[in-house]
Design a protein around this ligand. Structure first.
Ligand SMILES: Nc1ncnc2c1ncn2[C@@H]1O[C@H](COP(=O)(O)OP(=O)(O)OP(=O)(O)O)[C@@H](O)[C@H]1O
Length: 227
């Protein structure tokens, strides 16, 4: 039984000149529960778009995305938001932290719709595990870029999701912090047990995964914009 089953998935975007480019054209993709899978791919090949479709942030033009028995393409945006808030821990490439809230509040708010609800002890423990126990009351703008990335990691993991989507989750970290953060993500996803779909360009990160899929093989219509 797979946690995520995708078929015939298509997504195009209109360019500034009104022309349309198909960014995603994926025949089939499956992710089993508790599986850890990494995606590698060129910049601009559509990896973030793919994660946004899975998370229900973007609607697909065609095809099916079945998450835990729920067909996302049949749902309104509000219902997709609820599925994501309840089941998916998303580590955004650009963090998406709420600027008016502290690091701890960002993690607590991330737990608000999860089945376990808000658990302050777990939120504090997760921020401690990403090395930010002395930054609980800092707002995002008072944190370094790497610290903001670690808050985003803590927020995604603290809620005990069924699936973690991680878009370059170590992209702004030095080697030591990148290694620690990756180990933490995989450790928490094993403890709880959670499926993990991670995008990375970093060979050291990819080497840690039992399975790495080349995104351009999965999505052959991808049009890389940069080597
Ligand atoms: N809202 C949008 N409107 C128009 N084009 C878009 C939009 N979002 C993404 N694109 C285009 O889709 C393509 C894929 O973008 P995406 O962010 O998914 O790539 P990526 O593989 O994640 O890249 P990177 O590795 O650099 O983060 C790019 O060419 C981008 O310009």
């Amino acid at each position: 039984m797979s946690l995520l089953t995708i078929s015939g998935l298509q997504k195009s975007f209109a360019g500034p000149a009104g022309d349309t480019t198909r960014i995603i054209d994926i025949d089939t993709f499956e992710l089993a529960p508790e599986t850890h899978l990494a995606l590698r791919g060129r910049s601009g090949s559509g990896k973030t778009t793919f994660l946004h479709l899975i998370a229900g942030i973007l609607p697909a033009d065609a095809g099916s995305i079945c998450f835990d028995g729920i067909e996302l393409s049949q749902l309104s945006e509000a219902r997709r938001d609820r599925v994501r808030a309840t089941n998916i821990g998303y580590i955004f490439q650009t963090f998406n932290l709420l600027q008016g809230y502290t690091a701890l509040e960002n993690v607590l708010l991330g737990m608000a719709f999860s089945p376990g609800g808000i658990d302050r002890k777990r939120a504090v423990a997760m921020l401690d595990r990403v090395g930010l126990s002395d930054r609980l009351s800092h707002r995002p703008r008072e944190l370094s870029t790497g610290q903001q990335q670690r808050v985003a990691v803590a927020r995604a993991l603290a809620k005990r999701p069924r699936l973690v989507l991680a878009d370059e989750p170590t992209g702004n970290l030095d080697r030591r912090n990148a290694d620690n953060t990756l180990s933490l993500i995989r450790e928490v996803c094993t403890e709880d047990p959670t499926a993990l779909l991670l995008v990375s360009h970093d060979d050291a990160v990819l080497a840690e995964f039992p399975e790495v899929v080349d995104f351009s093989a999965l999505n052959p219509s991808a049009m890389p914009t940069q080597p």
